[in-house]
Design a protein around this ligand. Structure first.
Ligand code: OGA
Ligand code: NI
Length: 384
């Protein structure tokens, strides 16, 4: 008589191995599912586009600092640097421009740059390419999600979303431009326009940094040589600030200073940048096609505190999508930055900051929650 086999027991040794393999895989999948079930960070763009969104999640709500009242009506004369005078062959024009640059750096740390020669079409082109990037699908953009400050292409939300306690109403794309050029492969126009725009803006930045060198009483090419700007780090940051139903509770970009030497920023026609000046926040209303320039922490270090990096932030609004493109110009990664020796020593001026490799500073900056100028404070020499 034939034995009736259970269909699954007809293969003598395989079943138990198959079952345990099956169990193992299901456990693994369950574990992965659990990791996946943690709330995923959505882009603010996706959040803002949710139908009927009328209030913002508490994760985006900032407590306000009562003393930081904003004013915009006061006629503050924001410094303007006429770039054509700074690069003029007429020594009188140039020295006048350098004096104005010195004053702008000392009083504000912020100024607008006009007559810089970068074509308007190029500024529009890069803004359009960045907008197209943010309009890719969430899945497409997710390919570019970077984790580390040294990843050459990094798409993300807020500022440092893994450690931020409150999230900023901002998505961003950061792309290294120099000394090695990188570009996302989407949208297709991005590579060509960012390469060209990056080169043109770098030239403007280097000329301004020559002016800054001279204005500090240093040789014209001091910064260039001491910080190896031939291999200088240039970083493009595209910021997207979607409309926000409760802009008074949210913040596009928290108060911070930029870590490099000089940032040149452009925006679409939508306002939102505020600069801290004499203890108050000033709304910036740019001259069309100008660059909004601000000096960063490394000018403060190099000048031994004579020029201070400026605190700035971005606010959001209920109606319009705001896009800004900040181009940061910084020392070469392996350049060791310290106060220029000519600016220390006399009049009892001690070096206010300790020497540090630029790359180390970048990593230090990334490892902590963005908090005004706290990163710079960590390299300040304490008077004992
Ligand atoms: C920045 C920045 C301000 C803005 O990208 O560092 O300060 O107006 N942006 O987007
Ligand atoms: Ni900034």
């Amino acid at each position: 008589m034939q034995l009736q086999h259970h269909p699954y027991s007809s293969l003598p040794s395989l079943p138990s191995r198959t079952v345990s393999l099956f169990l193992y895989i299901s456990c693994l999948m369950a574990a992965i599912a659990q990791i996946d079930s943690r709330p995923k960070l959505t882009s603010v763009k996706a959040l803002a586009e949710r139908p009927g969104l009328s209030s913002i999640p508490s994760l985006y709500t900032f407590p306000r600092h009562p003393n930081e009242e904003v004013f915009s009506d006061t006629k503050e004369s924001i410094p303007i640097l006429d770039f054509s005078l700074l690069t003029s062959t007429d020594p009188h024009e140039r020295s006048k421009a350098i004096q104005e640059l010195a004053k702008a750096c000392q009083d504000w740390g912020f100024f607008m740059v006009t007559n810089h020669g970068v074509p308007e079409s190029m500024m529009k082109g890069i803004t359009a390419a960045c907008r197209e990037f943010f309009e890719l699908t969430e899945e497409e953009k997710a390919e570019f999600e970077g984790k580390h400050v040294l990843d050459p292409i990094r798409y993300g939300t807020s500022v440092n979303a893994s450690i931020d306690k409150v999230l900023c109403w901002r998505d961003y794309l950061k792309v290294f431009q120099h000394p090695e050029f990188h570009s996302p492969n989407k949208p297709p126009s991005f590579r060509e326009i960012s390469l060209e725009y990056g080169k043109r803006v770098r030239k403007v930045a280097r000329d301004i940094l020559r002016g800054i060198s001279e204005s500090l009483g240093l040789e014209e090419n001091y910064i260039e040589k001491a910080l190896n700007l031939e291999n200088g780090f240039q970083l493009l940051t595209a910021n997207l600030y979607p409309p926000c139903p409760q802009p008074e509770l949210a913040m596009g970009f928290l108060a911070h200073s930029d870590h490099g030497l000089l940032t040149l920023l452009i925006e679409n026609e939508i306002r939102g940048l505020q600069v801290h000046h004499n203890g108050k926040w000033v709304n910036i209303d740019p001259i069309p096609n100008s660059f909004l320039a601000n000096i960063g922490d490394h000018v403060e270090i190099l000048s031994n505190g004579k020029y201070q990096s400026v605190l700035h932030r971005a606010v959001v609004n209920t109606r319009d999508v705001r896009i800004s493109i900040a181009m940061q110009h910084a020392p070469a990664w392996d350049a060791v930055v310290s106060p220029a020796s000519k600016l220390v020593g006399d009049e009892g001026n001690l070096p206010a900051f300790r020497a540090m490799e630029y790359k180390e500073y970048l990593e230090l900056n990334q490892s902590s929650v963005l908090d005004r100028k706290s990163c710079l404070e960590r390299v300040r020499n304490r008077v004992i």
